[in-house]
Write a protein that binds this ligand. Structure first.
Ligand SMILES: Nc1ncnc2c1ncn2[C@@H]1O[C@H](COP(=O)(O)OP(=O)(O)OP(=O)(O)O)[C@@H](O)[C@H]1O
Ligand SMILES: [Mg+2]
Length: 290
């Protein structure tokens, strides 16, 4: 009896969400950027790659989903007045918090305390999802700068992106934590593509060795394939750019790191699925609530 009532409530919620989220529209290609260990360069990768995509005439939306320390705005040199917390509270619409970044990039500033996303009321959830879907219509690539670690909040979002980029450095602690992230995705039967981006490398051999070690262990113990998403060189230009509150690809476009970001973006841009085959990130997220 109880289960039939709960099934009918779920069905009701599902149809309401379908009304809001819709079924047929072409959706964005989503890339969640995660890591095990903190401080490995996720935000730098998210910001600089987004700018490179935008420079290749892609419509890019970067969302700062770091639920602990949202700081992509700092790297972009922006001081947004509003952020996702204002959308959730109903004070602002999603469209009202979008900030224009370099090369036409659309940026949605994050908020610490967004961890409450899982605890929103039905109305708040639906309102947010509805607004996000409208946003998706005007986006080719949705880049999500997620927080470090494998907390439920991070993994929930990563799980519903088409691709997950696990950022690691060649340090053993970072690699171990990257593997733990892959393991968590494998355990949750993530169906998209998981790839490794190796940051702060001394060269391509260093990157390759780092990738191979993680990929081999994942294959052997998890039977889980991992793609190679590229590498970014250890480069003091990145540190200087961060200090100047400017993305390295803008401040030092000819630096080693900027060349790496351009190479990664080029390989990605050529590999984006066509709009017809896409299932939206936010449609998948909507599935969490029904
Ligand atoms: N390729 C690089 N070369 C040199 N330094 C780098 C590089 N990438 C990142 N850094 C340094 O590492 C710092 C941390 O980078 P970033 O903030 O992008 O990491 P994060 O993974 O987003 O951290 P968090 O887990 O706290 O969100 C930067 O401020 C910069 O000084
Ligand atoms: Mg970060």
């Amino acid at each position: 009896m109880e289960s039939s009532i709960s099934r009918s409530i779920q069905k009701d919620q599902a149809s309401r969400l379908r009304e809001l989220v819709g079924d047929r529209r072409p959706m964005a290609n989503s890339l969640a950027i995660v890591s095990g260990k903190g401080g490995v360069g996720k935000t730098n990768v998210a910001v600089n790659l987004s700018i490179c995509f935008a420079a290749r005439r892609k419509k890019v939306t970067l969302i700062d989903l770091d639920m602990g320390l949202a700081n992509a705005d700092l790297l972009l040199g922006l001081s947004p007045k509003y952020n996702l917390a204002h959308v959730i509270s109903g004070a602002r619409t999603l469209g009202e918090i979008i900030v224009q970044g370099p090369a036409g990039l659309q940026f949605l500033p994050g908020a610490s305390g967004l961890d409450n996303l899982a605890n929103l009321s039905e109305f708040e959830r639906q309102n947010l999802l509805h607004q996000m879907q409208n946003l998706e219509d005007s986006t080719d690539i949705l880049v999500l700068d997620c927080g470090a670690g494998i907390s439920k909040g991070v993994m929930r979002f990563a799980h519903f992106a088409h691709r997950v980029m696990v950022v690691t450095t060649p340090e053993p602690t970072s690699m171990t934590d990257a593997y733990a992230t892959v393991k968590s995705l494998a355990r949750d039967q993530y169906r998209g593509t998981v790839g490794i981006l190796v940051n702060k490398v001394s060269g391509s051999a260093d990157a390759d060795a780092t990738f191979q070690r993680i990929a081999q262990v994942a294959k052997r113990f998890l039977n889980f394939p991992i793609a190679y998403f590229g590498h970014v060189a250890q480069d003091s230009a990145v540190v200087l750019a961060v200090r100047a509150r400017s993305p390295v690809v803008i401040r030092y476009p000819h630096s080693l790191a900027s060349n790496c970001f351009a190479a990664v973006a080029s390989s990605w841009a050529a590999d984006l699925p066509s709009a017809k085959r896409r299932t939206g990130f936010f449609q998948r997220v909507a599935g969490l609530f029904i």
